[in-house]
Design a protein around this ligand. Sequence first.
Ligand SMILES: CC(C)(COP(=O)(O)OP(=O)(O)OC[C@H]1O[C@@H](n2cnc3c(N)ncnc32)[C@H](O)[C@@H]1OP(=O)(O)O)[C@@H](O)C(=O)NCCC(=O)NCCS
Length: 338
Amino acid sequence: MPWVVRDAVDEINRAVGRRWQGLDRLLPPRAELPEGCAAPFVATGANGRPAGLASCRHGHVPDGTLNQTWGTAHRFSLVARLRDADTAVALDDLLGQWRDHLAGLPGTGGGDTAAMITWPARDVSGVDTLLRHGLQPITVIAVRPARCEPRQADPGLAGPAGPAGPAGPVTTGDGSLVIREAGPADLDTVTEFKMGVIRYDALFGAAILRSATEALVRAETQAALSARPAWAWLAERDGETVGLVHVEAPEQSRWITGMTRAGVTMYLQTMFVRPGERGAGVGAALVRHLHAVLDARGVDTVLLHYAQLNPLSAPFWNRMGYRPLWTGWEVRPAVSLR
Ligand SMILES: CC(C)(COP(=O)(O)OP(=O)(O)OC[C@H]1O[C@@H](n2cnc3c(N)ncnc32)[C@H](O)[C@@H]1OP(=O)(O)O)[C@@H](O)C(=O)NCCC(=O)NCCS
């Protein structure tokens, strides 16, 4: 990268980090512009200085991996860094350059491709521009801070050693609902519940059911349930399992921790209540139990994804103390970016 561009990258990264902190203290303090497939796109501001930079990254998610259930096999992602509070003009310029770039690439018209951008939920100045370029808000990364400021980093706090909550089952307030940790014998039920969420989220474009999905979910579940703690809890009513919550262990949540502030972050992977049991407090009882465990272990921040168009998840998560942090915008196939 030529030094002039490298200087501009450093300067814009710092400015964007400051701007993000003004918008939302739960965004990461630094905004890095990663290397892209070529030199960054540059949007020039009115004063001749760069007002924004963006990198295009090409990803291929191989067949037979669970990651292919969470999006298309070929992903063209734009990482955009905009200096000024009003991002509309510079973002429009960068999206136009990206559109021309994608139009010239082989394979961007394939059905299993997407052009994607992850945008801070509170950076509302860019929303109209994203829509005008044909992008759709598909997913939300929501956040729950356990407290205003994270504790000093202490990986031991939420490390794998020690129990993840009370050893035995816990009876909730209404007496008929029991929350207990899931174990290897629950493989069928936990797999069924995870597939329930995937099938539901596939209705809203946030998941893509593949022929390998169920076997992969089962294999991943088997590994998770054989670990201690499993970080997965089931709700039972009259001996029937009615709901599941599953978080990823701190060391397995690292793939997403850079999306928020420093401190101990965990990723909430699955939340499911059987259809006939919804609206009766099962989900809330599971999440209350989970939060008590995570708060006691010093976890600062919980992240999760939900499908923007899922009518059940946004109100539920809001009641549970979560709110949008990032929005995942997409257009499929990638070449249909306008
Ligand atoms: C989302 C889900 C887990 C909620 O579980 P639930 O047992 O129905 O939720 P609860 O009955 O415990 O509701 C807890 C609170 O959220 C509110 N709530 C739940 N769903 C709601 C909805 N669709 N609209 C408005 N409020 C809702 C409840 O009114 C309750 O509020 P209160 O505390 O004021 O009483 C359940 O609907 C589900 O399994 N959905 C399908 C899978 C899914 O979408 N999972 C989430 C993917 S991220």
